[in-house]
Design a protein around this ligand. Sequence first.
Ligand code: KG4
Ligand code: ZN
Length: 342
Amino acid sequence: MANNARILGIESSCDDTAAAVVANGKVLSSEIFSQQVHTRFGGVVPELASRAHQQRIVPVVRTALQKAGVAPSDLTAVAVTRGPGLAGSLLVGLGFARAYAFGLGVPVVGINHLEGHICSALIGRDLPEHPWLCLIVSGGHTQLALVEEGLALRILGTTRDDAAGEAFDKVARLLDLGYPGGPAIDRLAAQGDPAFYPFPRARLDGYDFSFSGLKTSVLYYLNGLGEKKREALLQRRLSDICASFQEAVVDMLIDALHRAIGETGVRDVHVVGGVSANSRLRQRAETLGETCGVRMHIPPPAYCIDNAAMIAFAAYIRLSIGQTDLPDNPVAEPNLPLATFP
Ligand code: KG4
Ligand code: ZN
């Protein structure tokens, strides 16, 4: 089936309504509608996200099919995110995908959103030799995993509190930079001095991460200045603060990756998820790859953030490696853990 697979992917786990068509492992189209309705609230409002998904899902799917030049009747499967994510948001994508697939008489395949991120770095290339490392850094997750066979993996480390993207978003809120904060901090940091202020780097046992102390230290630093000084500093040194905070996050991620490469002896490493769009992380990860002699795979930014190409592609990979025992009656699983797929 995988050789003739024409898969429609649907992603609606958070605040992006996305659809894509993947045919025989090639991405023919990838449409993302990023909901703007949350910006003024400084974070995703679940009820508004579900409503926006419901408004956008049909036009987004229609555009994805049109751009791919694929008729609905040509599709061989529909792949959809079943979790983790916001329950109401997942339900919109799942409800649409199940009904659409039912109408077309094709299977609907439920995909773990995090598995989608892992597969985003495989788009356009073959599966690497096992084992390989994968650092998943998004708004909801920060995990380091070793993929040992097929897409089966062992989690080496996870965040004990905030996810890396969450830390970017919370610090951006402290700095009045709007939501999502990662891209704004990235842009400002590009002109800033990463050595301006030594924000703390947490180093836990093993490969676990912690970002909430860093976020709190930015808060204490700003509060400790008093109002006048703070205003003046934010006017003059905002990009330096952004660069210093960003460097602390990147240092923690690169440090764990460096140790894991040494201890596992892998030849291939994936860095995926929304935060892997960060220009400093990309640069430092590339340099780490060269230093350690490993192949560093970081998807283009459009496949780092939430998208449906990675969901359709994950289904394609599973079908290609003969894993047909996919949930064919998927339901929303908001707390679906990464380790549930075989
Ligand atoms: O993967 P994603 O789109 O959604 C989740 O699955 O969570 O990741 C979104 C996260 C947000 O926290 C956003 O601030 C962060 O990725 N992000 C970035 C950048 N672009 C997106 N963080 C740092 N630098 C960026 N350029
Ligand atoms: Zn994601």
